[in-house]
Each structure stands twice: as C-alpha cells, then as structure tokens.
Design a protein around this ligand. Structure first.
Ligand SMILES: N[C@@H](CCC(=O)N[C@@H](CS)C(=O)NCC(=O)O)C(=O)O
Length: 243
C-alpha cells in the first residue's frame, strides 16, 4: 500500500496548493504539521531546502508546491491539473510561476508585516494541529521567531508597501485575463486556477483551507482587503466549484 504524507504549515498558502491538489485527486494522505522555526530540523532531513510543503510518497521526497502538483499528475494521472495539450501545459506552468512570484511571496510579506505585531493571533495560527506545548513554546520564542521571519523574508514597512502594490497589479492582470473566460487556461480548471485561488485565499479565508481564520484582521489589513473584494470574486468561485 502506498503512503502519502504531507509535511506542512496549516497557515501556508503554498501548502494549501499541495493540499488542494491531493484532495482534488481524492488521494488518501496524512499531514504532519510543523511549527515554524522548529520545522527546519525536520525538512532538512527530508529534502534539500528548509521550506514546506514536502510530500513523502513511498520513501520519495518531493519539495515545493509546483513540483508536488507535477509529481501527482505523473503518478496519479486521474483528474490531471496540468493540461494535456502541451501549449496549454506551458501556459499553465507560466501562470503558476508568475502567481507564485507575484502573489505568493509578496502577499505573505504584506500580511505578515502587520500580523507579526499581533503575537496572540499569529501564535494561534502557527500552533494549529501542533503538539500540546506549541502555544507556550511559541509564546516564549515569539520575539526571536518574529525577528527571524522579518529578516529572512525581508519584511519591513517599505517591502510591505511594495508587496501590496505587486499583489494589486497581479489582481489587475488576473482580472484582465479572466475578462471573457471562466478559467485561466484552455477553458477548464487547471493548476493555474488552483494556484491563483489558493495563493489569494488568505484574503477571503475560505473554510476549505482548514485554518481557524480570525473573525477580523488588524488594521490596516481589514480595510485594505475589503477594498480588494471585487477582485476576489472569481477566486472565491473557484473554491466553491473545485475545492
Ligand atoms: N516555492 C515554494 C515556496 C514554499 C515556501 O515559501 N514555504 C514557506 C511557507 S509559506 C516556508 O516553508 N518557509 C520557511 C522556510 O523556507 O524555511 C513552494 O511553492 O512550495
């Protein structure tokens, strides 16, 4: 019997891409939720880099959300997320690279710049599905963890403002591309749509993501995200239809 184990952070939108792909294909898998900061000890043993998601399948290790989708399509070809037509496959992969870079990374920077100033909120989200000692441990480590995250991801006032602009531009581009289409590539659901919707999900907090989302976000996030709502309608619909 083959086993699939996903090492992840419940909060991570890159991990959500991998969870969605596994769920979409109806695969039986388990998750191991790691604590940010301590995760490196585990991920470095499993793969080349420290990041999650990492999928372990029968002893093989696949790191990175895009690599995981490609691997799943090769080994579990039902309900392919990569279009069969090679030109469309190329277009979907290009969208995915663009979205990872222009939404995935900057959205994280923009959100954490404010969220990291709210330890109780962040600790609750980071401790999800963790060990019983996760919350007290994160509380103790929080000043160091928060400093390290800001440093490693280059999160500050200036980068957060620039990241917000980058995300807004990507939302415009998505909006233009979807003007007459329901999907980004080939008029059917693909990894391009999954990537866009999963990476934007923290802005509209769908229940399928599996996180206990906060009721409200600290300002200025709450108002700024409210202003983005018209641009998030499509991604919400993608969740409703395909997640
Ligand atoms: N390109 C990677 C990005 C993954 C990524 O940035 N993961 C973050 C969580 S959102 C992470 O693990 N950060 C901690 C680290 O890199 O050690 C992917 O698509 O999986």
């Amino acid at each position: 019997m083959s086993t699939l184990v996903l090492y992840q952070f419940p909060i991570s939108h890159f991990c959500e891409k991998a969870r969605w792909a596994l769920d979409y294909k109806g695969l039986d898998y388990s998750t191991k939720s790691l604590l940010p900061g301590l995760h490196v000890k585990t991920t470095k043993k499993l793969a080349a880099k420290s990041s999650v998601p990492v999928l372990i399948h029968d002893g093989r290790s696949i790191q990175g959300s895009g690599q995981i989708i490609t691997y799943l399509d090769e080994h579990f070809p039902d309900k392919k997320l990569t279009p069969v037509n090679s030109q469309e496959a190329q277009a979907a992969l290009e969208w995915e690279r663009y979205l990872d870079k222009e939404i995935g990374v900057p959205l994280r920077c923009y959100l954490y710049h404010t969220l990291l100033n709210h330890p109780n909120l962040v600790i609750g989200l980071f401790a999800k599905d963790g060990p019983f000692w996760a919350k007290p441990f994160l509380k103790l480590m929080y000043p160091k963890l928060s400093r390290t995250m800001r440093k490693l991801m280059n999160i500050n006032e200036a980068t957060a403002a620039k990241s917000r602009q980058t995300v807004l531009m990507a939302l415009e581009r998505l909006n233009d591309a979807l003007d007459e289409n329901k999907y980004l590539v080939g008029n059917r659901f693909s990894r391009a749509d999954l990537t866009a919707a999963a990476l934007l999900a923290p802005l509209f907090m769908p229940p399928q993501y599996g996180l206990d989302w906060p009721q409200t976000l600290p300002e200025p996030l709450q108002s700024e995200i409210k202003a983005m709502e018209p641009y998030l309608v499509w991604a919400k619909e993608i969740y409703q239809k395909h997640r």
